[in-house]
Design a protein around this ligand. Structure first.
Ligand code: PMP
Length: 388
């Protein structure tokens, strides 16, 4: 019997064997011709995945929080007004982070499970001359998804730079960075982009780069300064080696492998596959009578789900039993309701069998804990959507 468990948390996720193989090749020099080619190729492919043909991609060693920090530190100067639109834990983190760079941080918080209504964002934008706004495409603490389009539209209307935290969405949820006019969209390697943790990835618009160029003060974060990294990215894009900080060589090769797999599937197909997977999982949970944090289907993410435990189920025991069934799930993250819900990642390489195995394990564990549901009801609900 296989001992390996299925990792169904919202990142790190299950990775494709080709990606892991690329990780395990002998580490080459960061200025070797084959590595220069891989780095340049990965940069080219990022534009296709972000659907931003004229954007400037960055591949930097670090986690998603570094990507948040990089966007903030390069675009914000002391005294600039910035607006954070928060749908959970990661929105609040962004507000805290931005306070390191300016004393003018405003935050609009959504009600739990919902989004901040567009008219509320617009009336806030009318109040001040904001330099930049941030929003979380999918907040991993709530599984709530914002539609980036109306927010990007407001950004254009009020001439505010728009920063999309896509750590839990890029390469899973639909994003058309150039068409929608988003200035910076970033992610981390361990999520839907399908590479083990350790890379911060972002694409910046010409407008964002121009805003950085017209700063009056130096970027106070040395490692994150685009001034250090832009020449490196431009050199690798031209298949020339360059050095500022040693790149994570094996991770970059794994990124090249993963981006190739993603583009082979095709972005349109990939968006639809995630939509179907998300819908199938939510339908399975609904069949079991479980409520979800997102208050309506319209704001529910497709890369992960966040169901509440039904009455009588103790989270810690439930997650342990599921793990005994061979599936690893994540607990809650929002401080005030942390022990009331769990989180299931279903992004990237996740396939039909992974999803059904997960739904089956949840169903069995709920039944064994005394939750009254008919055997097979959740699996049937998921299958009906997957088979469509
Ligand atoms: N933003 C979001 C939406 C995330 O889900 C995460 C990680 N779960 C982060 C930012 C931070 O990324 P990291 O943990 O890689 O620093």
């Amino acid at each position: 019997m296989k001992a390996r468990k299925l990792l169904m948390i919202p990142g790190p996720i299950e990775f494709e064997p080709e990606v892991l193989k690329a990780m395990s090749t002998p580490t080459t020099s960061h200025v070797a011709p084959d590595f220069t080619e891989s780095f340049g190729h990965a940069l080219d492919m990022m534009r296709d995945v972000w659907l931003d043909p004229s954007g400037q991609p960055f591949i930097i060693a670090g986690s998603g929080t570094l990507a948040m920090d990089m966007a903030a530190s390069n675009l914000v100067e002391q005294g600039d007004a910035v607006l954070v639109i928060s749908t959970g834990y990661f929105g609040e983190r962004y507000a805290e982070l931005l306070k390191r760079y300016t004393n003018q941080v405003d935050i609009l918080k959504a009600e739990q499970g919902g989004i901040v209504p567009e008219d509320q964002i617009e009336s806030q934008l009318k109040k001040k001359n904001y330099k930049l706004l941030t929003f979380t495409h999918v907040d991993t603490s709530t599984a709530v998804m914002n539609d980036p389009r109306p927010i990007a539209e407001l950004g254009k209307k009020y001439n505010v730079l728009t920063i999309l935290d896509g750590v839990c969405s890029v390469a899973g949820e639909e994003i058309r960075q150039e068409e929608w006019g988003i200035d910076v969209a970033f992610t981390a390697s361990q999520k839907a982009i399908g590479v083990p943790p350790g890379l911060a990835l972002m694409v910046a618009s010409t407008k964002a780069i121009d805003a950085w160029k017209s700063r009056k003060t130096p970027v106070s974060n040395y490692y994150a300064d685009w001034g250090n990294w832009l020449p490196i990215m431009q050199a690798y894009a031209n298949r020339k080696p360059a050095y500022f900080g040693t790149p994570a060589v094996n991770l970059v090769q794994a990124l090249e492998a993963s981006l190739q797999i993603i583009l082979k599937e095709g972005m349109e197909k990939r968006f639809k596959r995630h939509q179907k997977t998300g819908k199938a999982f939510r339908s399975a949970m609904k069949a079991a009578g479980l409520e979800m944090i997102p208050v309506e289907e319209k704001v529910a993410a497709n890369t992960l789900s966040a169901p509440f435990y039904p009455k009588g189920i103790v989270g810690k025991d439930f997650l342990k039993k599921i793990s005994d069934e061979g599936i690893i799930l994540a607990g809650g993250l929002l401080a005030n309701i942390k022990s009331n819900y769990f989180r299931v990642g279903h992004m990237g390489a996740v396939n039909r069998n992974d999803l059904l195995a997960t739904v089956g394990a949840i169903e069995t564990t709920l039944r064994n804990a005394g939750h009254q549901i008919n055997p097979g009801i959740c699996l049937k609900a998921a299958q009906e959507i997957l088979d469509k």
